[in-house]
Design a protein around this ligand. Structure first.
Ligand code: ZN
Ligand code: ZN
Ligand code: FE
Length: 765
């Protein structure tokens, strides 16, 4: 018996070769009907025998195309129409295609095979791609997504490419960036002054690397600077020219085997490295890793990645097991270079050779960074490969909403109904070029996803560039605004991601503006996305010099020592009696010394005492070094003591003074610094466990979300999660958005959705 069904598929099913996949299966099964994109997903009307119809649904569920993510499949009977064929229908309405823009995806295995096959017409073609791989976000100039609105518009397809593009059976059906040597952009090698160098550009680049030179490589979302990662001379020179004192460089190797010589790659790391996002994955560095000392000085981790563009594959085809530094091409703090003229101007003094293709990059996008925390991967920087794929908000927005995020590691998030488009990482908004890119990206996303915000959500901090942007724009256009406290946003992001109605929310980070005007950062809440009670926090100490205390951890060390009534002779000897005296006065008088409960600053203080690391090249550097030390400790370590009292508002106050006494005593007794660092981490884990147990007793809530920049620390996250599990609690770590401030924008949207739900009186799930 013949029947007809209307099947609706939702999830990531557009722009990922889903319609050709349905076409291929329906045709194979002898079904007739059509498949079409619609705003909510893909709709398929098919006619045929019940077993064939069931089989089609099964294929959609179990074997969708590689980049698709099927969320729901529903089917309903509809009247027969008796078409002769199965077809791919064009969308009735152009706006229905507006969700189709996907993330940039690493070159797929089929394309790599063609790239290296001398018989293929795309042999060694450095810009090959197909429906399953290649650039998306970085080349789109407008919506809806088709070739006219990409930076490939300037390259008309040749007859062979056109035939592939039009054939639903072909892997390149409707692959917008498709190109070949006959019709697509070329690759060239240029010298530092822009002159073209004769010969094969890949060979020229390899020769430069061989000579120990630095090569600027144009990639998907911007330029990389590449050099021989084993040559200390080359890497140190790159560091000198880039003026990047300490931030680690990422390293690329041909395959897992090449990377496994450098770092410990467990199962979760392997999955992350091989994923189609191809992020930089932070792994524990091997003692004898064959990598120049200047790649990641003082770090116990290395950032590793696998090739993800045809150019990378061509380079590594000749490099074998050798490894390259592949670091974003920028001067310290500036955004990544992506425009060709700008790149040549900015990188002319850094790179000896440029390996460039002619495909214009419309939107700059950095490499993503992933770390395995408590056994599973978490993005620490969500950019290429992830953005702009929407994330389910776990709640419904009543109004189209823009959440402008934080200030450092910034992202914004655009939301409509249940969808959140969290932007790619846009960097620190202190930098004016980064701020400009941030504003441009907001407008670009609004255009791409056809969302015109009626409401702006911002941080409580009045001086964040993002807050000022939101308030100015709201004043200009009469939009609604909603201010969300920084750590509330951190916790709400985790609640939304894990679909928790309520939880104990731990937010440990460097800085966030508190509702009492102090700088928060060692906060434990309990409640839901809308109402969070500050149930515990680290005791306040003064941060002498405000922002100077971030760059100079010795100031926080002195603040915590003074708070504890301790003195440290080594600290005084290192920074000098004059400086100590000045800061002591600042602490006493409280001028330009705001109160802070920051856990990040406590890490800085202890790192300074243990490591003698008085000045930080970037925020969190001291804490990263302390983690490296703790990771090297031979065994488990007992927690140091701490006090718990109650503050005027009834919140538990975590008093670190006993901890400071113990650290000073241990260091005075020449205890191994690895052990002191490990014991400090164990103490912070114990603080969380102590508070969480009390709160569980009081509220019955057993879910504990761990978020904030401190939880990018793998040692801290593991220790805390195990302590919580031992106590019968359930730790929850961020997996979709970064636990650091890159996740703030998503959290702000989650609060807005909860706000809307409260006004409609519905449960959030
Ligand atoms: Zn491909
Ligand atoms: Zn062609
Ligand atoms: Fe934060």
């Amino acid at each position: 018996m013949i029947e007809r069904r209307a099947i609706v598929v939702t999830g990531v099913v557009q722009g990922v070769g889903f319609r050709p996949f349905v076409f291929a299966n329906a045709t194979r099964l002898g079904l007739v009907g059509f498949v079409r994109n619609q705003p909510s997903g893909v709709v398929i009307e098919v006619e045929g025998g019940a077993p064939a119809l069931d089989e089609l649904v099964r294929q959609i569920r179990v074997a969708p195309p590689p980049l698709a993510r099927v969320e729901t499949v529903s089917a309903a009977p509809v009247p027969l129409r008796g078409e002769a064929l199965f077809s791919i229908a064009t969308s009735e309405d152009a706006a229905s295609e507006s969700f189709v823009i996907g993330a940039d995806t690493a070159t797929c295995a089929d394309c790599v095979r063609e790239l290296l096959d001398p018989a293929d017409r795309r042999y060694r073609y450095p810009l090959l791609n197909c429906t399953n791989c290649g650039p998306r976000l970085t080349l789109v100039t407008g919506a809806p997504y088709d070739r006219e609105r990409t930076t490939m518009a300037a390259y008309p397809l040749c007859a062979a490419c056109k035939a592939e593009y039009d054939d639903p059976r072909d892997r390149r059906f409707h692959a917008q960036p498709v190109a070949c040597p006959a019709c697509g952009p070329r690759l060239r090698a240029l010298d530092a002054s822009g002159g073209e160098i004769d010969g094969d550009p890949i060979d020229r680049a390899l020769q430069a690397i061989e000579r120990g030179e630095i090569v600027a490589v144009k990639g998907i979302g911007g330029y990389h600077l590449a050099c021989d990662a084993e040559s200390e001379r080359a890497v140190a020179e790159l560091r000198r020219r880039k003026r990047r004192d300490a931030k680690p460089f990422a390293v690329m190797g041909r395959d897992l085997e090449a990377l496994a010589r450098l770092g410990v790659i467990g199962e979760a790391e392997e999955r992350a490295l091989l994923s189609s996002q191809r992020p930089v994955v932070l792994v524990a560095r091997r003692e004898a890793a064959p990598v120049a000392a200047s790649v990641a000085p003082g770090m116990s981790t290395l950032g590793l990645m696998l090739p993800y563009t045809p150019v990378h594959h061509l380079l590594f085809a000749s490099l074998g097991q050798r490894i390259l530094v592949m670091t974003s091409a920028n001067l310290t703090d500036e955004p990544i270079a992506f425009d060709d003229d700008d790149a040549r101007a900015r990188l002319g003094k850094i790179a000896d050779l440029f390996l460039v293709h002619e495909r214009r990059i419309a939107t700059a996008c950095d490499d993503s960074v992933v770390r395995v925390l408590d056994g599973r991967p978490t993005p620490l920087r969500r950019a290429r490969g992830y953005a702009p794929e929407p994330i389910d908000l776990g709640g419904e927005l009543a109004l189209p909403t823009l959440a402008v995020g934080g200030h450092l590691k910034s992202t914004f998030a655009l939301g409509a109904s249940r969808r959140a488009w969290v932007s790619h990482h846009l960097g620190d908004l202190d930098d004016y070029a980064a701020y400009e890119a941030y504003v441009a990206a907001i407008l670009h996303y609004q255009d791409l996803f056809r969302v015109s915000p009626a409401r702006l959500v911002h941080d409580l901090h009045p001086d964040y560039a993002s807050t000022r942007y939101a308030l100015e724009r709201a004043a200009r256009s009469g939009l609604e605004t909603l201010a969300v406290q920084h750590h509330h946003a951190h916790v709400a992001a985790a609640l939304a991601e894990h679909r928790l109605a309520r939880a104990i929310g731990v937010a440990f980070d460097g800085t966030g503006f508190g509702t009492d005007g102090a700088i928060w950062g060692g906060e434990i809440f309990v409640g839901d996305r809308l109402h969070l009670r500050r149930a515990a926090h680290l005791a306040y100490v003064r941060a002498p010099g405000g922002d100077a205390a971030i760059r100079e951890p010795w100031r926080m060390a002195l603040a915590h020592l003074t708070h504890a009534g301790e003195v440290s002779a080594p600290l005084a000897a290192r920074v000098g009696a004059r400086a100590i005296e000045t800061v002591r006065l600042v602490l006493e008088r409280g001028i330009n010394a705001p109160f802070t409960s920051s856990m990040g600053r406590l890490f800085d203080a202890v790192a300074c005492l243990v490591l003698g690391h008085d000045r930080a090249a970037f925020e969190g550097e001291a804490a990263m070094r302390l983690e490296a030390l703790a990771a090297a400790a031979p065994r488990e370590a007992r927690a140091y003591p701490f006090d718990v009292t109650v503050d005027a508002a009834g919140a538990m106050l975590l008093d670190p003074r006993p901890l400071l006494h113990a650290v000073v005593r241990d260091l005075g007794a020449r205890r191994a610094p690895e052990v002191v660092a490990k014991r400090f981490h164990a103490t912070v884990a114990e603080m969380v466990a102590h508070v969480a147990k009390e709160l569980r007793t009081a509220t019955g809530i057993a879910d504990v979300v761990l978020t904030g920049g401190c939880f990018v620390n793998a040692v801290l996250t593991s220790l805390t999660a195990s302590r919580l599990r031992e106590a019968g609690l359930t730790p929850r770590v961020s997996r979709l958005v970064p636990p650091n401030d890159g996740g703030i924008s998503f959290g702000q949207l989650a609060v807005a959705a909860a706000h809307d739900a409260a006004h409609r009186n519905v449960e959030v799930a």
